[in-house]
Design a protein around this ligand. Structure first.
Ligand code: GAL
Length: 684
């Protein structure tokens, strides 16, 4: 795998990971097993086609057995065995799990929650990125490890810590408070600017000095949204700075080894603004777990994978973790159905992953993750899971020529912005249970049902080349983004903005004069008032072409200021008022959707926009057959993932060979199967 990224460009360096195909493997935790199992593992890895493993993620306590006392002997043996079996090593800095001796000697390194309760020993992460003591110990460990393995031929990639921010997100302790004050002071310079940005006149919370600023610890009512938004930004920066400290140290010792850390791009949560991390890693790596109770979990996976590629600016990325079957942290943890793990893995590849890795290689028999699946399950290699793992390894070899091919530039873009996510969750809204992720994900799914090549990108990315740009729930927006969208539409682009977009400015203050303040002029509308609906309540809207669509959760009173109505509400209190609008902007159009359409209506509406924007689908196929395209130097590779329980007919309009079977493609994809279709490059 050849790595090209903003970070490596800055260094003027191209890194290459071993092997000429897709990387395949998983987290390997040999410290849970005896040395005879290590040998069996290496043989089984070869059998499964594994060519890389991630080692040492939680090994600090086994590598630094007491303060300043290091033991690499066991790891040397493991690395040696792996190398002898042709398996490369992604070596983790073990800082995710501080050893017992360190936590006991320095309890002040641990995060403190909003109620003042410090994190105790027994878990992992939990340390404060603002603790100078932790930083000192962590960097000493990293330096020892890097010096020890510098130049080792098995060392392919550095994996800094693990999911930084996962279990050490917000910290309200003394070190964090001091760091937050310094961060706020550096941002605002004088306390008047801070008071003005946060609007501290509200409840008379004016600060007279930066020393009065504290993290948002438990208070009996809601905190100031401006403060919460900045605390999110500060937390992200503090976590990122920890990554950068480890990365920079690694670079000085092993300049030829690329560095990454595993992101957690999936629906829900998020203390990290990964748009700010993407350019700091040499290659983007992501962990993704499906939620078993979600019947449309493959659609959430597609959205997350496209978001991950967006963070990588379209470059191939690494799927660092997913699960071979069930996880152990969802209450009821469904095992994956036969073929599901393969579809999941290939869906990530279809959307730009050049590496498919799992947590973890061998299922633990001890510890907190005993019931989390592994590539080798408790049942051993004679098992359904291991057979599918081995079959997947063979499939990845058969499709290896897709490595390096970039996912074709999207015809549509969905904008996704973490700053908006934070701002959205920082305040009490007219409907607090509206999820930030629902709208972008639903729109992405609707575009996918129409087989539109879609990118999920940060609002700062270049919009040129897209026919349709969707701005869903982009709650926080500045004038610069509004101007760029207006210029994009003016030059012939088509924009769809949804409810709860452009409401607040970058400080979190509502833009007055009617919603959506930032986008009113672009859209030619003005929203007077929000009309959220109660759970279970619905309304209907009727389109100008006579279709009747159901809406729920959210409606608005929209006034036309230049736009025309494409659909109107049918009943009180908004009877006859516009629900969906369209505005002409130069050579293009700007549309506004003021209500939550039900999935069927959303599919119809997006279908109309796709047609209007002149977008051609990647293939003709049923909605639940996922189609994507990666473009190589001479060929295109169309992935067709059949999520149906029946065979599907897929027309790609060209002669194709299915790399999975090696046979000429006859236009049919079996129930639950995946085809990877190699076609001559399709010139648009
Ligand atoms: C991830 C983590 C892994 C493992 C996995 C289980 O968040 O990085 O170490 O715990 O979850 O699903």
């Amino acid at each position: 795998m050849i790595i090209r990224s903003a970070a490596s460009d800055r260094l003027g360096q191209t890194f290459t990971l071993p092997g000429d195909g897709i990387l395949y493997g998983g987290d390997y935790n040999p410290e849970q097993w005896s040395p005879d199992v290590w040998l069996e593992d290496a043989a089984l890895m070869q059998q499964a086609g594994v060519n890389v493993v991630t080692l040492g993620v939680f090994s600090w306590g086994r590598l630094e057995v007491a303060d300043g006392v290091f033991d690499f002997e066991w790891m040397d043996r493991v690395v040696g065995i792996l190398h002898d079996h042709g398996i490369a090593v992604t070596l983790a800095t073990p800082t995710a799990a501080p050893p017992m001796w360190l936590i006991n000697a320095h309890p002040e390194i641990m995060t403190v929650d909003a109620s003042g309760v410090p994190t105790s020993q027994g878990g992992r992460l939990g340390w404060s990125p603002c603790s100078p003591v932790f930083r000192r110990y962590a960097l000493r460990m990293v330096e020892k490890l890097a010096r020890h393995y510098a130049g080792h031929p098995a060392l392919a990639l550095w994996h800094v810590s693990n999911e930084i921010g996962n279990e050490n997100g917000y910290d309200y302790g003394a070190d964090a408070a001091a760091a937050f004050r310094a961060w706020v002071e550096a941002k605002y310079t004088d306390v008047e600017s801070l008071n003005s940005a946060w609007g501290t006149g509200f409840w008379g919370h004016t600060f007279s000095s930066f020393s009065q600023v504290n993290p948002p610890r438990v208070a009996r009512t809601a905190h100031n949204p401006g403060l919460l938004l900045d605390f999110d930004r500060f937390t992200n920066d503090a976590l990122l700075q920890h990554y950068i400290a480890e990365r920079d140290l690694l670079r000085t010792i092993t300049p030829d080894v690329p560095v990454t850390t595993n992101f957690m791009v999936m629906r829900g949560g998020g203390v990290q603004d990964y748009a700010s991390w993407g350019d700091e890693v040499d290659v983007v790596a992501n962990d993704h777990y499906t939620i078993g109770s979600n019947g449309l979990r493959h659609e959430e996976l597609s959205f997350s994978a496209d978001r991950t590629r967006g963070i990588a600016h379209g470059a191939p990325w690494i799927l660092m973790e997913h699960s071979a079957s069930s996880v152990n942290w969802q209450g009821r943890n469904a095992s994956k159905a036969p073929g599901e793990m393969t579809r999941n893995s290939l869906a990530h590849v279809a959307r730009g992953a050049d590496a498919v890795c799992f947590f973890q290689w061998r299922q633990s028999i001890v510890g907190a993750e005993q019931y989390h699946s592994g590539m080798v399950p408790h049942a051993g290699p004679d098992s359904k899971v291991f057979r599918e793992v081995t079959e997947l390894g063979a499939t990845l070899r058969r499709i290896s020529e897709v490595t390096g091919a970039r996912v074709s530039h999207g015809d549509a873009a969905v904008l996704w912005d973490q700053q908006s996510y934070w701002a959205f969750h920082s305040t009490r809204k007219p409907a607090d249970d509206i999820s930030f992720h629902e709208t972008p994900a639903a729109i992405h799914a609707a575009l996918s049902h129409h087989h539109v090549a879609t990118d999920v990108i940060s609002p700062s990315e270049d919009l040129a080349g897209y026919h349709l740009v969707v701005v869903p729930n982009l709650y926080l927006a500045d004038a610069e983004l509004a101007a760029r969208l207006t210029a994009y539409a003016g030059s012939g682009g088509h924009v769809l903005v949804t409810y709860l977009s452009g409401i607040v400015d970058p400080s979190g203050a509502v833009i007055p004069g009617g919603y959506p303040g930032a986008f009113r002029d672009l859209l030619g509308i003005r929203v007077d008032e929000f009309y959220p609906l109660f759970v279970g309540e619905t309304r209907t809207v009727v389109t100008t072409s006579g279709a009747t669509w159901t809406v729920s959760d959210w409606t608005e009173s929209v006034e036309l200021v230049g736009a025309t109505a494409s659909a109107s509400y049918t009943a009180a209190p908004l009877a006859g008022e516009p629900a969906i609008t369209q505005n002409s902007v130069g050579a293009g159009t700007a549309h506004y959707l003021s209500a939550v359409l039900d999935p069927e209506a959303l599919d119809s509406y997006l279908g109309e926009l796709v047609e209007m924007a002149g977008i051609r689908p990647l293939a003709s196929a049923p909605a639940q057959v996922e189609i994507t395209q990666r473009s190589g130097a001479r060929h295109d590779y169309l992935f067709a993932i059949n999520h149906l329980e029946v065979e599907a007919v897929v027309e790609v309009g060209a002669a194709a060979v299915d790399l999975v079977t090696g046979a000429a493609f006859d236009g049919r994809v079996a129930a639950g199967a995946v085809a990877v279709l190699k076609v001559e490059q399709r010139i648009e």
